[in-house]
Design a protein around this ligand. Structure first.
Ligand code: BTN
Length: 322
């Protein structure tokens, strides 16, 4: 940690109460002038730090800048070794894939506060206006392509756990949408490079709606609507920490170790669902019974149980022409 990070950590620890420059300088082993320089840098990075004459510095508000250093200051997991970016890119998927092809290690994260060519599942576009968090993280699991099929579900569970840290109550929509109430709050996209029996790298892309954009995206939900005073770097950090945790568990113990928790958040569990394929064609109608060890959705249909590896689910049965 740098001295700037230490100053921030001390101010956070004080919980909004003032600490004198002299006390900060003494405890960090630096001069008072250095403390004042770091406070100025933190203010420039968007932190609301009040200087009360005779009392010292008090942290009154966190920074909302999607700056890698600010995100890093919230991250607890040692997994994320290189957090970079934060401005506008075409797609963080392209940036992270380029880094992965160049040999960047697992634990590299590319952030963006806007994307001009964000992409989603099934060849869709992912609108990426200011107000969201867009990130792609490099993983290098020691697994085969067949073994990582449940990984998108694992990541969605991690994102849901991260949002639950703020007191939100997210649910999951198979395979990997994260929902708040009836709206989609996060989308997940995985891209990988692999040989027949070994994955070389996986880029995990996560798009999070934090502050509502104008015009409002139909069907979207926003974290700031249920979590007051939330900031984008804090959201990014909680989500990254939770992803590190679930991926670590998945790599060690497989999806079996996370399946119950995934199913407990599955809004469709035990309910009537409609499953469509990548082209929007109807695949099945029936009751969602859960997911199997490969992450496939198991649906009880009129002709028996069937497991589906891909597609989109909706809770409403399709309208049938009479
Ligand atoms: C979905 O269709 O639900 C998946 C959306 C994934 C969007 C994220 S935003 C960060 C990363 N960069 C992209 O271009 N896409 C993913």
């Amino acid at each position: 940690m740098s001295t700037r990070d230490d100053v921030l950590a001390s101010l956070r620890e004080a919980g909004g109460l003032p600490i004198s420059g002299e006390k900060l300088a003494r405890s960090l082993g630096v001069s008072r002038a250095a403390v004042s320089k770091h406070v100025a840098a933190l203010r420039a990075a968007g932190f609301d730090i009040h200087a009360a004459p005779g009392l010292g510095y008090a942290l009154l508000g966190e920074s909302d800048a999607l700056d890698p250093r600010v995100v890093r200051s919230h991250v607890r997991s040692p997994w994320w070794i290189d957090i970079r970016g934060g401005g506008e890119v075409v797609s963080t998927m392209d940036e992270a894939a380029r880094l992965a092809r160049g040999g960047a290690p697992a634990g590299t994260v590319v952030l963006a506060s806007r994307q001009t060519g964000g992409r989603g599942r099934l060849g869709r576009q992912w609108e990426s206006p200011e107000g969201g968090v867009y990130l792609s993280a490099i993983l290098r699991p020691q697994l085969s392509p067949a073994e990582i099929t449940p990984l998108p579900l694992v990541i969605s569970l991690g994102v849901a756990r991260g949002l639950a840290e703020f007191g939100a109550a997210p649910t999951l929509k198979w395979p990997n949408d994260v929902m708040l109430d009836d709206g989609k709050v996060a989308g997940i996209l995985l891209e990988m490079s692999a040989e027949a029996d070994r994955v070389s790298w996986v880029v995990v892309g996560v798009g999070l709606n934090v502050f509502a954009s104008a015009p409002l995206a139909p069907g979207a939900a926003y974290i700031a609507d249920v979590v007051p005073d939330v900031t984008r770097p804090h959201v990014a950090a909680e989500v990254l920490d939770a992803i590190a945790d679930v991926v670590d568990r998945f790599e060690r113990s497989g999806f079996a170790a996370l399946r119950d928790e995934y199913e407990s958040l599955l809004a469709a569990l035990g309910r009537e669902v409609t499953l469509t394929d990548v082209d929007g064609h109807l695949q099945a109608v029936g009751t969602a019974r859960g997911v199997d060890e490969a992450g496939r959705l198991v649906v009880a249909t009129a002709t028996g149980d069937a497991a589906f590896a891909s597609g989109d689910t909706s809770l409403r049965p399709p309208s049938v022409p009479i």
